[in-house]
Design a protein around this ligand. Structure first.
Ligand code: G3I
Length: 366
């Protein structure tokens, strides 16, 4: 039977604007030169996380960032520790620099993140308790989301609220917010964000959703349950962010299970973004060529799977160049060789991973 094609947001963007413009500009025969152009041809966004400290000090990096990316996530600059250094003091200087950078170069900007258990300022432990937790949370979200009102494409409103090992029956992380306010803190955060910046999109963002392991399966179930509960109570949530910090040596990948999870999320009328993609080369051989080949293969395997889901609207890597990646410090290789998890090398030249990402966009069926 003839099935009427669904006009997804992605197709709407493609038919309506940027993608068509890009196609006309580059011509039908020439291949695009940037990841953002490959993505735009399919109505998708490509971008990366970038830090104020790197984008403001390295002009060559900033130039390459603008060339490759259509959307920027401040890596740390909007987190509590950076933006709310004292109970009654906010420091928007670095976030504002990034917002201005994004505006000047026509990049969209993501907001990361309004509620997280980590990277909290020292005063938090000393000052916040059960009595003032709600007012502290509301004040922070109102101030920060309000400050960037109209400038943010999508906020990661709540980050990493699931931790099945904590033993809660619904898999909720027993963070300070949860201990003080119960599950309601999640709904509250979305409502306050939505009042402060009504035109942005609001995402729940989490890790450990990608592999065919019991650990990830439990996390997928817990996230899906959480999203269902939020939708059922009318929380203003628009999407799920999959961080997708992948491991090149991990073989337990099951495309069908991941696709099914994305379909389940999409069936709740939620968009999906891949928000923090990178591929750690820890455990791979020293040889650069072998490493780059496997990392590229993992990018393609993952992206070709997730991009089949029409509700996926964008992909961001967590960093753009191997010169600047959290993995150097947080997942260093045993042989201490510089890590190579991102699309550009340390000199900002495209690697095989860049080609894999481009090809994954290129092969998306509209
Ligand atoms: O700002 C200090 C600086 O003053 C000091 O000189 C330096 C010494 O090491 O540390 C700096 O702070 C570091 C900060 O990054 C800025 O570079 C912290 O030690 C370090 O812990 C922090 O790590 C960040 C981490 O989140 C915690 O906020 C990583 O860069 C960042 O990539 C990582 O990002 C997270 C996402 O937000 C959520 N998902 C997981 C992802 C990776 O862990």
């Amino acid at each position: 039977m003839f099935k009427k094609p669904r006009l997804t947001r992605r197709k709407a963007i493609y038919l309506g604007g940027a993608a068509l413009g890009t196609t006309l500009l580059t011509g039908w025969l020439r291949q695009p030169k940037s990841l953002k152009a490959y993505a735009a041809r399919k109505g998708l966004l490509y971008g990366a996380a970038g830090a104020y400290s790197k984008l403001s000090e390295n002009q060559e990096f900033a130039k390459r960032f603008i060339e490759e990316c259509a959307i920027l996530t401040p890596e740390n600059d909007l987190k509590w520790k950076a933006i709310h250094p004292q109970p009654n003091q906010y420091d928007f200087s670095q976030g504002d620099w990034l917002a201005n950078f994004a505006q000047r170069h026509q990049l969209k900007m993501r907001g990361h993140t309004l509620v997280w258990h980590a990277y909290m300022p020292d005063w938090f432990k000393e000052t916040v308790d059960r009595q003032n937790a709600e007012s502290t949370l509301v004040e922070h979200i109102t101030t920060v989301a309000g400050h960037y009102q109209g400038l943010i494409h999508s906020w990661d409103v709540v980050n990493e609220a699931i931790k099945v090992e904590d033993g809660h029956p619904l898999g909720l992380r027993k963070s300070a917010w949860f201990n003080w306010l119960g599950e309601d803190y999640i709904d509250l955060a979305f409502r306050v964000a939505s009042e402060a910046d009504p035109k942005a999109m609001f995402f729940y963002n989490d890790y450990g959703l990608d592999y065919d392991t019991e650990y990830d399966e439990n996390r997928r179930n817990a996230v899906l349950n959480l999203l269902e509960r939020l939708k059922a109570r009318g929380t203003p949530i628009h999407g799920l962010g999959l961080q997708a910090h992948l491991l090149a040596k991990e073989k337990r990948f099951n495309a069908e299970k991941l696709r099914q999870f994305l379909r389940d999320v999409a069936s709740l009328d939620l968009k999906i973004m891949i928000t923090e993609l990178d591929v750690s080369d820890k455990g791979l051989p020293y040889d650069y060529q072998k490493r780059d080949r496997r990392v590229a293969e993992v990018y393609e395997m993952y992206l070709s799977t997730v991009l089949e889901e029409p509700n996926v609207i964008g992909v961001l890597t967590w960093g753009l160049s191997d010169r600047y990646t959290w993995l150097s410090k947080h997942r260093p290789r045993n042989d201490n060789a510089p890590v190579r998890p991102l699309p550009l090398d340390r000199e900002f030249k495209p690697k095989l991973a860049w080609e894999s990402i481009a090809r994954s966009f290129e092969t998306v069926n509209l």
